[in-house]
Design a protein around this ligand. Structure first.
Ligand SMILES: C[S@@+](CC[C@H](N)C(=O)[O-])C[C@H]1O[C@@H](n2cnc3c(N)ncnc32)[C@H](O)[C@@H]1O
Length: 329
């Protein structure tokens, strides 16, 4: 995630904007930096990504996984990289402020904040703007117009997703490769770490008839909700549980016969194998002795050393920029 928190705080620091003292404030896609820096009494922070949600909660913030409530004195939006999601957050902010409550929007230049500002300015009069910290912030008067939920998208295979999720409009090529190489003799209890909108879990239930239960662990609240609905619609015969969960910091209190995963490989624009390595370590903790891990990764990412701590590990296939790795605890 590119973080425009300092850009968002800039007009409050220079005195161009003041935090209203007579009502609650909403921050969408909130960060700890933004919540702390705003120095407001009554802030509702919204954060979909569980590791960031937990961080905010630990810092004492009032935090929700999705927007709720209305009549906010001001709503702030920290944009990310996804155009449709940014526009949806703006509409949510506009819908939830009291009449004439300000909507303040910040984003980094590399995430397209300039074009978002132009689109907003074509519809609404901007009351102010500033550029700072490689980002842009602008604000306008909200009008409380209600907004709809994000429109759902249908993906091949009968899956339903929403914009903003990983590979929300198509099956990821890496995940598809992993699905093709999952052995059909997996059995018992299976976990899907970083389950996204549920593609791998559905593939496991369709291919491995001896699997009795599958637990989906996913850090994005919106993705977890899509995954739960997809499992219900596409794998109704298999017991499953979808958990909004940070695999790298929370204790699942369960053990599995097999784990499948396509770990995330970036937090910002750069590839970052540390998250995948943390997820391999989490998978090892969650496997029963002899349990199997099957994962896919971009072929350049160095996961082999982390897999050496398993009793066996090997590459099952390498093609199209991906590799499928298997390991036994
Ligand atoms: C590369 S995507 C794979 C999604 C899905 N398994 C698929 O194959 O389409 C990785 C997923 O891991 C999730 N994720 C990232 N960090 C996580 C964490 N700490 N705990 C659980 N899930 C996480 C992301 O939200 C994302 O949905």
């Amino acid at each position: 995630m590119t973080d425009a928190s300092l850009t968002l705080l800039h007009p409050f620091e220079t005195g161009s904007l003041e935090v209203p003292g007579d009502g609650p404030i909403l921050i969408l896609n909130a960060t700890e930096t933004a919540v702390r820096g705003l120095k407001a009494d009554e802030v509702t922070a919204v954060q979909d990504f569980r590791p960031d949600y937990l961080r905010l909660e630990r810092a004492g913030a009032h935090v929700l996984p999705e927007p709720a409530g209305e009549g906010y004195a001001m709503a702030l939006v920290l944009c990310g990289r996804h155009r449709a999601l940014n526009e949806h957050w703006l509409a949510e902010a506009n819908a939830r402020v009291r009449p004439s409550g300000l909507v303040v929007v910040a984003g980094s230049k590399t995430d397209g904040i300039d074009s978002l500002k132009k689109r907003v300015a074509a519809q609404t009069e901007l009351l102010g703007q500033a550029s700072k910290h490689h980002g842009k912030v602008f604000w306008f008067s909200g009008n409380g117009t209600p907004t709809d939920a994000l429109p759902s998208v249908e993906v091949e295979g009968g899956f339903r997703t929403v914009p903003g999720l990983f590979s929300h409009d198509r099956i990821d090529a890496g995940s598809q490769l992993l699905a093709e190489h999952i052995p059909d003799d997996l059995f018992g209890a299976v976990a899907d770490l970083g389950a996204g909108w549920g593609y791998l879990s559905v593939a496991v239930t369709q291919k491995c008839r001896k699997v009795k239960r599958i637990d989906l662990f996913e850090a994005s609240f919106a993705a977890a909700r899509s995954a739960e609905a997809n499992m219900k619609a596409l794998a109704p015969g298999v017991e499953s549980r979808t958990r909004w969960f940070d695999v790298t910091s929370e204790d699942a209190k369960a053990l599995y016969d097999a784990i499948v995963m396509n770990p995330p490989f970036h937090t910002g624009r750069k590839g970052d194998p540390d998250i995948g390595i943390a997820m391999i370590e989490a998978a090892k903790q969650l496997l029963k002795p002899g349990g199997k891990l099957l994962m896919v990764a971009n072929s350049h990412l160095p996961y082999e050393a982390a897999l050496k701590s398993f009793s066996q590990s090997r590459e099952l296939v390498r093609t199209g920029g991906f590799k499928v790795l298997g390991a036994r605890k």
